[in-house]
Design a protein around this ligand. Structure first.
Ligand SMILES: [Zn+2]
Length: 100
């Protein structure tokens, strides 16, 4: 024989479970759609590695086209090179812009 008190207790637990369910749904929806869209305006890359190399300017080797940090690049006054070898190769190669 169930008393009125017991059935009322079960109903209260059921309401609490429903509340928790919708709370989880709300949190899920917020984190899935609302939070990313709000953060999208800032346009921050997901994982920005904090390296000293990235803050240094990169220059392009005229000979092979590879990008190298300016600290390690070779500059012959006009162009940048990834290595002294490529600087010499370009110097010995006939220059395109030179005419006559
Ligand atoms: Zn090179």
């Amino acid at each position: 024989m169930l008393s009125e008190q017991a059935s009322g207790k079960v109903r209260a637990v059921d309401d609490m479970l429903k509340f928790l369910f919708w709370l989880l749904v709300g949190v899920y929806v917020y984190r899935r759609w609302i939070a990313p869209s709000r953060r999208g305006s800032l346009d921050i890359p997901p994982a920005a590695p904090q390296g000293k190399e990235l803050s240094v300017d990169a220059v392009r080797c005229r000979q092979c086209g590879m990008y190298v940090p300016r600290d390690e690049a070779i500059h012959n006054g006009v162009d940048w090179f990834c290595s002294p070898q490529h600087e010499q190769e370009c110097r010995h190669a006939p220059h395109e812009s030179r005419h006559g």
